[in-house]
Design a protein around this ligand. Structure first.
Ligand code: PGA
Length: 252
């Protein structure tokens, strides 16, 4: 943990839940969030953002999207733009999640264009990076994330409040995580890359860990050097689990 900065605990609700469940989850978080020291963010399905924004209005819990189109508007059936997310109440957007990269063939160049659109709309991009199991087994994890970082990060990312999320693909939704030493090593590596490429601005970019973060492992993960918070999938769908993770953050 970078002691100077408040940890960010972000929930990625993915394509789960009904409108009623989204409202109920947001209301439960709102009721309990007051004593939590970590900054909280929830990223519901886009169609639920306005309702969740209503429930969270006036609270300290931030709202984000899970993806956006690189254009501000246009003939793009089924897509949602960064200004639309902002308009609906979002202040963050997750980009380049491995499920987008694998299920929608998103390249790092596209992710970069989306991050530019997010920044232009005043949204803070959360840029996801991570190696596959085969890449780690081949000793290529650092090489893979370094390339994703170099190819996905736009100009102005740090100044615009951008956040990195290191999410090993094989840890997402699997109940498996890298060892504490492996997480610390990758976060340290990413910090050195950020510093080398982007100087002082790069030194300040928060680096979240994501992939099977649960109440039982959150304390150990969030205490590691250069881990600035967590991006939580499955465990963010239960208010108690999400809050337990947030409370496990240093200072929480
Ligand atoms: P998980 O998902 O916590 O369910 O592993 C993390 C993510 O996809 O961001």
């Amino acid at each position: 943990m970078n002691g100077a900065i408040r940890p960010l605990v972000a929930g990625n609700w993915k394509m789960h839940g009904s409108l009623a469940r989204a409202r109920a989850l947001a209301a439960a978080l709102r009721r309990a969030a007051d004593g939590v020291a970590a900054a909280l963010l929830v990223c519901p399905p886009a169609i639920h953002i306005p309702a969740v924004a209503e429930v969270l209005a006036g609270s300290a819990i931030a709202l984000g999207g899970q993806d956006c189109h690189p254009a501000a508007e246009g003939a793009h059936t089924g897509d949602i733009s960064a200004p639309m997310l902002r308009d609906a109440g979002a202040s963050y957007v997750i980009l380049g999640h491995s499920e987008r990269r694998s299920q929608h063939q998103e390249s790092s160049a596209l992710v970069r264009a989306k991050a530019e659109a997010a920044l232009a709309a005043g949204l803070r991009p959360i840029l996801c990076l991570g190696e596959s199991e085969a890449e780690r087994a081949a000793g290529r994890a650092e090489e893979v994330v370094a390339r994703q970082l170099a190819e996905s990060l736009p100009e102005g990312f740090a100044a615009g409040g951008g956040v990195i999320a290191y999410e090993p693909v094989w840890a997402i939704g699997s109940g498996r995580t890298p060892s504490a030493a492996e997480i610390a090593a990758m976060h340290g590596f990413l910090r050195r890359q950020l510093r080398a490429g982007w100087g002082e601005a790069g030194a300040a970019v928060p680096i979240l860990y994501g992939g099977s973060v649960k109440p039982g492992n959150a304390g150990a993960i969030l205490a590691l050097p250069e881990v600035g918070g967590a991006l939580v999938g499955g465990a963010s769908l239960l208010a108690e689990d999400f809050l337990a993770i947030a409370r496990a953050a240093p200072g929480g």
